[in-house]
Design a protein around this ligand. Structure first.
Ligand code: GLC
Length: 562
C-alpha cells in the first residue's frame, strides 16, 4: 500500500509547486517578502574536491535539493579570499572568491544554475573591518604617511604605553593593538586580525559601495550585512562606562556607548539601500538590538535602510515558553514593520540543541519550524535545521578552532558546534567529504541525514518540505495578516492568518503535556476546519476543542464565517 507521505509527495506537492509561481506572480509584494532564505556556511555545506572543506561547486551540486526543499534565496557566509582567522569574516579581497571555495567562474556558474532553479544568491558583506592581510591594511600599517593610513583607525597610546581608551574587543582583551613599526595603536572591534575600517573617510565609503556594485553586476540579489552596529566610533574616543562584573573572557563588563550603534551607521545603510534599489536587491542586517524600538531604527525613518533587519530578540528567547514567544511576536507585530525571523545561525547554538528536551527533539524541531515559517514575515533558515541537525560542541579546549571560543572557554565553547558539516547521508563523514572534514560530524548523522529522512514519512525534512510548500501556495500564509488567538493560554501559541477570504488557524502546543485547546473562534467554525498540516494524532473535536499532543502542531483552513 502506498504510504500517505508518498501519496503526498506524488500528488499534492507537485501540484503545490506548480501553483507556487502563480500565487507569487499575482502578488504585488516585493520578492523578499515571499521568499524563504537559507543561510549556508560554505565551509560546511558540500565538498566537491575532497579537501575536507566545502566549496561553490559543492553548493552548485545541491541546488536541486534546495529547490525541492522550497528555498528561494541562499545567503552564503563569506566566500571571499581570507586568511580564515575568523573563518571568512576576515576578508583580504572583496571582489574575488577564495581559492579554497573555487573561482569567479565557479561563482558565475553556480549563480546561473541557481537562476535556473529560481534561487537567488545573497552574499555576506563584511563592512566593519577587513583582514589584517588586506592590501589596504598592509599599506595602511606600512607608514604613518601611507596613502591608506586613514582608511583604518590609528591613534597614539596614552602616556606609559596604555591603549588610547578602555574599549574591549568582542573577542577579548583591549580593542587596540600596538603596531611596533609605526608606534601607534589600531582599533579592532573584533579579533586582532580584523582592523576596523574608518567609515568617516569618503574614500573608504566609495570603495566599499563599489564592492556591492561589483557583485550586483555579477547577478547577486542582495547582501547580508555583517556587524552593521559598529561601523562608527566616537572620534573623541571617550571611555565606555564600566559595569560591575566581568565578561567570560575576564575583561571588565561595559556598555559600548561610544563604539556601538552610533547614528552615523544609518547614513551608510541609506547609501547601500540606494544602490540596492537600483538592482531590486535586498539588504539583510546582522542587527543585535536590546529591544524592538532599537530594531525599528534599522528599517529607516522612511523605509530607506534595511528591508530585512534580523530580529535576534526572537532567536534569543531563552526557553520554549508560549508567553515568552508570544510577547516577542507581539512586539515586532506592533512595531508596524515587516518581521524577519531566525531560529539559528553560525554564531548561536542550533535551536535543535537549545530547545530540545532530549526526548521530543524532532517534535520540537517541527514545532519551531511551524511557528516561524507560518508567521507574517520573512524567515531565514540555517542549513541543516531542516533535518534536525544538533550542535557538536568541542569537549576539550585543545579541540576549539573558533577564535571566539578560545578566550571564552569553558563558559562559552565557541561557535564550532553549530558550524559542522551538513549531513547528507549515513555514509562516512555524512557524505559531506571524502577527506577528513574540517570540523567533526555530530554522531547524530546516522539518524539525521538527508538520504534517510527523504524516505521517512514523519521525518523533520519531510515536515519542512510540506510546510514550505504550504507557505508558498496558501494565500493566507503568503499574504495574510496576523491575529493572535487565546492570548492568555500558558501552553499554546495560536493565531489566524487571513487574506483574500482565506483564514488559516495555526495552533502550537509548546508544552510537553497533551492539552485540550479552546480557541473560541466564534463565529468561525473550528469543527469544519480542514487540517492542512498537523503533527497531532487527534484533531478538532465536536465541541470547539482542539486536542493537541505534546509539542504538536495544528495548521488548518477555517471555512468563511456565516
Ligand atoms: C559577525 C559574524 C561573526 C563574526 C563577526 C566578526 O558577528 O556573524 O561570525 O565573527 O561578525 O566579523
Amino acid at each position: 500500500m502506498q504510504s500517505l507521505s508518498t501519496a503526498f509527495r506524488q500528488c499534492l506537492l507537485p501540484l503545490l509547486c506548480l501553483l507556487a509561481p502563480l500565487a507569487q506572480a499575482q502578488s504585488s509584494a516585493p520578492w523578499w517578502k515571499h521568499a524563504v532564505f537559507y543561510e549556508l556556511y560554505p565551509r560546511s555545506f558540500a565538498d566537491s574536491n575532497g579537501d575536507g572543506v566545502g566549496d561553490l561547486n559543492g553548493i552548485r551540486s545541491k541546488l536541486g535539493y534546495l529547490h525541492d526543499l522550497g528555498i528561494d534565496a541562499i545567503w552564503i557566509s563569506p566566500c571571499f579570499p581570507s586568511p580564515q582567522k575568523d573563518f571568512g569574516y576576515d576578508v583580504s579581497n572583496y571582489v574575488d572568491i577564495d581559492p579554497m571555495y573555487g573561482t569567479l567562474a565557479d561563482f558565475d556558474r553556480m549563480r546561473s544554475e541557481a537562476d535556473a532553479q529560481h534561487i537567488r544568491i545573497i552574499l555576506d558583506f563584511v563592512l566593519n573591518h577587513t583582514s589584517d592581510q588586506h592590501p589596504w591594511f598592509l599599506n595602511s600599517r606600512s607608514a604613518r604617511d601611507s596613502s591608506k593610513r586613514d582608511w583604518y583607525i590609528w591613534r597614539d597610546g596614552k602616556a606609559g604605553g596604555a591603549p588610547p581608551n578602555n574599549w574591549i574587543s568582542d573577542f577579548g582583551g583591549s580593542a587596540w593593538t600596538f603596531d611596533e613599526k609605526t608606534r601607534q595603536f589600531y582599533y579592532h572591534y573584533f579579533e586582532i586580525a580584523q582592523p576596523d575600517l574608518n567609515w568617516r573617510n569618503p574614500e573608504v565609503r566609495k570603495a566599499m559601495l563599489d564592492v556591492t556594485r561589483f557583485w550586483y553586476a555579477r547577478g547577486v540579489a542582495g547582501f547580508r550585512l555583517d556587524a552593521v552596529d559598529t561601523l562608527y566610533e566616537d572620534p573623541a574616543l571617550h571611555d565606555n562606562p564600566v559595569k560591575p562584573g566581568s565578561q567570560t573572557t575576564g575583561d571588565p563588563d561595559m556598555t559600548n556607548l561610544y563604539n556601538d550603534k552610533l547614528p552615523e551607521n544609518h547614513e551608510v545603510l541609506r547609501d547601500l539601500r540606494t544602490i540596492a534599489d537600483q538592482h531590486n536587491a535586498v539588504l539583510i542586517g546582522e542587527t543585535w538590538t536590546t529591544d524592538v524600538a532599537e530594531l525599528k531604527e534599522y528599517y529607516g525613518a522612511h523605509d530607506d535602510e534595511l528591508q530585512l533587519p534580523m530580529d535576534f530578540l526572537f532567536m534569543t528567547v531563552d526557553s520554549l515558553s508560549a508567553p515568552k514567544f508570544r510577547a516577542q511576536i507581539a512586539s515586532i507585530e506592533n512595531s508596524g514593520e515587516w518581521p524577519v525571523f531566525v531560529m539559528s545561525n553560525h554564531d548561536r547554538t542550533r535551536a535543535y540543541s537549545r530547545y530540545g528536551d532530549g526526548v521530543h527533539n524532532d517534535d520540537i524541531a517541527k514545532l519551531l519550524a511551524a511557528m516561524y515559517l507560518t508567521l507574517r514575515g520573512t524567515p531565514i533558515m540555517y542549513y541543516g535545521e531542516e533535518i534536525g541537525m544538533e550542535n557538536n560542541d568541542p569537549k576539550r579546549k585543545e579541540d576549539v578552532i573558533d577564535p571566539f571560543g578560545l578566550p571564552n572557554w569553558p563558559e562559552n565553547k565557541g561557535r564550532d558546534g553549530e558550524r559542522t558539516p551538513m549531513q547528507w547521508s549515513e555514509a562516512p563523514n555524512a557524505d559531506f567529504t571524502t577527506a577528513k572534514p574540517w570540523l567533526p560530524v555530530p554522531a547524530s548523522y546516522k539518524s539525521h541525514n538527508v538520504a534517510d529522512e527523504r524516505k521517512q514519512p514523519n521525518s523533520v525534512l519531510n515536515f519542512y518540505k510540506q510546510l514550505l510548500a504550504l507557505r508558498h501556495t496558501n494565500p493566507a500564509l503568503l499574504e495574510g495578516d496576523y491575529v493572535p488567538v487565546a492570548e492568555n493560554d500558558p501552553n499554546v501559541i495560536a493565531y489566524l492568518r487571513r487574506a483574500g477570504g482565506h483564514t488559516v488557524l495555526v495552533a502550537l502546543n509548546l508544552s510537553n503535556a497533551a492539552v485540550e485547546f479552546r480557541p473560541q473562534l466564534e463565529p468561525l467554525q473550528l469543527n469544519s476546519a480542514v487540517p492542512l498540516l498537523t503533527t497531532s494524532s487527534k484533531r478538532s473535536t465536536s465541541a470547539g476543542v482542539l486536542a493537541l499532543g505534546p509539542y504538536s502542531v495544528y495548521i488548518g483552513e477555517l471555512p468563511p464565517a456565516q
